[in-house]
Design a protein around this ligand. Structure first.
Ligand SMILES: Nc1nc2c(ncn2[C@@H]2O[C@H](COP(=O)(O)OP(=O)(O)O)[C@@H](O)[C@H]2O)c(=O)[nH]1
Ligand SMILES: [Mg+2]
Length: 306
């Protein structure tokens, strides 16, 4: 069963049209051979929704850990190993500067063809491999689609089985077709900490949480990383262990003052979040690969799984 926490959060951030989007996505998913799941390289597991993946996707997939330019490169290598050890190859990349789109697209095609072979298909696939991109909000879906479209002309194709007309983009010399509209998944929230993490990363709208709370969480997270002075970019004379005090010092340093001269921590929090998201504070990975796997939660009692 999905947690009450997730359901509450989902209702708060994702209004009823999400359900409509899910129905539309199901229809699109039925058309594709491969689903490309986008995650955030700075928190690959926390930006994934395994429950929705199992329920909705349940077909060959490829993983992209996006925004790798904002992540710690050493940690990204550790995550790559972790994914491989769990039977998944994840591409760590920066979708906005995708250097070798054809390599990526051909890799997707290879996955589909080898899956077909594994399933015992004897006839060659006589049509292009069809692909769609999915992920939680702000993970970089549109950025990747646009990057892939850059040198490729979009075309409208009518594939049987759909009533809606879907726009497809021809890739890899016509060997692959990408669905122009990516699928939006919502995050599968575990608890408040998880919610704050995704807010700090920008996957959950800022206005659902006090920015001071999000910034304090982020400061604490950064201070827990095995890195010397992760807050050095703030250029403070002294870094307190207390996140609220860090924000106060930052506000004073940047002359963000309230009437009466008190530090404007709210403004400092917003600045800190902005700087973190743009990489101005440095490149950080906020989640480490789990040391060992806990047994999976049983969620087979959802009606959709029946
Ligand atoms: N630094 C960086 N920013 C990215 C990357 N991919 C996307 N973005 C930015 O992340 C934000 C959300 O991207 P968008 O494609 O709109 O996400 P979507 O909601 O999943 O479609 C935008 O500001 C993008 O410019 C990336 O690989 N690196
Ligand atoms: Mg988008």
């Amino acid at each position: 069963m999905s947690s009450t926490y997730e359901n509450t959060a989902r209702n708060l951030w994702y209004p009823g049209h999400m359900l409509k989007a899910e129905i539309a996505m199901k229809e699109s998913l039925a058309l594709v051979d491969l689903v490309v799941i986008l995650l955030d390289a700075r928190a690959p597991l926390s930006t994934r929704n395994p429950r929705l993946e199992r329920r909705l996707i349940n077909r060959p997939h490829a993983i992209i850990a996006n925004k790798a330019d904002l992540a710690n490169a050493t940690q990204s290598r550790k995550w790559e190993e972790w994914f491989l050890a769990h039977g998944e190859a994840a591409d760590f990349l920066d979708a906005s500067k995708l250097r070798h789109p054809d390599t990526l697209v051909n890799h997707w095609r290879d996955i589909v063809l080898s899956e077909r072979q594994k399933r015992g298909a004897t006839r060659p696939l006589l049509r292009p491999v069809r692909v769609m991109i999915v992920g939680i909000p702000n993970i970089g879906k549109s950025t990747l689609v646009n990057r892939l479209k850059l040198k490729n002309v979009a075309k409208v194709a009518n594939h049987p089985g759909v009533t809606r007309s879907n726009q497809w983009v021809n890739l890899a010399g016509g060997q692959v077709e990408l669905l122009d509209t990516p699928g939006v998944l919502w995050p599968q929230l575990r608890d408040k900490e998880h919610e704050l993490l995704l807010t700090a990363l920008g996957n959950i709208p800022d206005d659902s949480t006090d920015p001071v709370l999000t910034a304090c969480f982020l400061i604490q997270r950064l201070q827990q990383l095995p890195i010397r002075n992760p807050l050095r970019s703030l250029d403070l004379p002294e870094i307190s262990d207390n996140a609220q005090e860090v924000l106060e010092a930052l506000a004073l340093r940047r002359n963000m003052l309230l009437p009466g001269g008190r530090p404007n921590v709210n403004k400092a929090a917003q600045m800190l979040l902005k700087d973190f998201r743009s990489g101005q504070m440095g490149y950080f990975t906020l989640e480490t690969p789990p040391a060992e796997d806990a047994p999976e939660e049983d969620d087979t009692d959802t009606p959709e799984n029946a």
